[in-house]
Design a protein. Structure first.
Length: 416
């Protein structure tokens, strides 16, 4: 496989991510910093890159020559009309690196092929009544072979890895998944990362599906450019992520921001106050169950995430419960870290997401938040495909981003 020069480890976490460095290991860091800047800002000439990074013009010239030789950036047409030499903008070369994302879900699995510019080249979708280890391995083998076979041979060598986005401890959710106990028990001792590495021969990364979706929002959504936010993704099971200083926070076990288990107070049917987890109130599986209890076919929820049709008062009641629970979770989160933004996305239609955001904002306004900073509730920009795209971002982050948490990502990878 062709070697891409930016596969080295980044430098220490103490470096300011907005500036270049001359410390040991700084060359790789500076190259990653430039790539990240171009991805966020669009095409930039060398003089502007030097100004933003604080690196010398000579250093930037060396970096751009290397990145161009590695096939990671493209030289644009000279911009004339100004005094002096015409500026030549540099942009990311979409063919510079490719990455595969795998999402393992309650009702379906997905594979996506992502390029360096963040464009989805191909996506494959496989519905299933419940996830099983054997069917997953078969889908991965067939799907990755199909993705590779559809690429010219030189481009196929530019696939830098595969990232897996999956709920952690899937075996604990048998009743919610609706699968036989023996099928779910297989997941307990199933090493997903090793199995995918074995089937594909690619360097393999594993993350919680909510954290992965958060990474997709940070890299390819987040139009307001927030560097600090808490993120919720409403899927079959709600999850989420934490972004601080422009980086996804993984935590020592990789489970930071797994917001589903957050305790939520609520009134039971008997009128007594009790506590349960956020996942019990703000997940799609609860809507599915409620629809079934009222004699409504719930299959549209997972077959057509973009259009649920008319679900009536069941949907209205569910949105209110979701919004009240999310408002409580946001208030708890901002009491620990003063997030200026809470981003809500999910495998829900855009109109439903918009209603949830509006209702959450309203419920949050009713909570006594004296002494707390305000947090704006914002719609996510990616949608139902965020988990698969987030999986595909993991190899790109590990290879090309000056992210403080990337050493953890790299150490948690497996190469067959």
């Amino acid at each position: 496989m062709e070697t891409i020069s930016l596969s080295g480890s980044p430098v220490a976490a103490s470096i300011d991510l907005s500036r270049g460095t001359n410390q040991s290991g700084g060359r790789v860091y500076n190259e990653r910093l430039v790539l990240s800047m171009i991805r966020r800002q669009g095409a930039l000439p060398k003089a502007e890159i030097a100004r933003r990074t604080g690196l010398s013009a000579q250093t930037i010239s060396v970096i751009m020559r290397q990145l161009e030789a590695d096939g990671l950036v493209l030289r644009g047409d000279p911009q004339r009309g100004r005094v002096g030499q015409p500026a030549v903008p540099y942009s990311l070369d979409p063919d510079g690196a490719l990455s595969i994302g795998l999402k393992i879900g309650r009702r379906s699995s997905d594979l996506v092929l992502l390029d360096l510019a963040g464009r989805t080249r191909v996506s494959l979708h496989e519905p299933h009544p419940y996830p099983s280890t054997a069917e997953l391995a078969g889908f991965v083998k067939r799907g990755v072979d199909q993705l590779r076979d559809g690429l010219p041979p030189p481009l196929a060598t530019r696939i830098c890895g595969i990232g897996i986005a999956t709920p952690f401890e899937l075996w604990n959710w048998g009743p919610e998944v609706g699968a036989p106990a023996e099928v779910m028990e297989e997941w307990r001792n199933f090493d997903i990362r090793a199995a995918v590495a074995r089937e594909t021969g690619l360097e393999t990364f594993l993350r919680n599906d909510g954290t992965s979706a958060c990474a997709a929002e940070l890299m390819f959504g987040n139009p307001a450019g927030h560097d600090h936010f808490i993120y919720f993704f409403i899927g079959s099971f709600i999850g989420g992520g934490v972004v601080l200083n422009g980086n996804v926070v993984n935590g020592p076990s990789g489970n930071a921001g797994a917001l589903g288990p957050m305790p939520i107070h609520h009134l039971g049917e008997d009128g007594r106050l009790s506590t349960s987890q956020l996942i019990r109130f703000a997940s799609n599986y609860t809507l599915e169950r409620q629809l079934r209890e009222r004699g409504v076919d719930p299959s549209a929820i997972w077959r057509s995430p973009a259009d649920w049709g008319e679900l009536g008062t069941v949907l209205d009641d569910w949105i209110e419960t979701v919004a009240a629970s999310l408002a409580h979770a946001i208030a708890c989160a901002i009491s620990v870290i003063d997030f200026p933004a809470a981003i809500i996305d999910g495998a829900v239609p855009v109109a439903v997401r918009r209603r949830i955001v509006a209702a959450t904002t309203e419920h949050l306004g009713r909570i006594d938040r004296q002494g707390l900073s305000g947090a704006q509730v914002i719609e996510g920009a990616i949608g139902s495909n965020a988990r698969a795209l987030g999986g595909a971002t993991l190899p790109l982050l590990a290879n090309f981003a000056p992210d403080r948490d990337i050493p953890f990502l790299a150490h948690e990878s497996v190469r067959n």
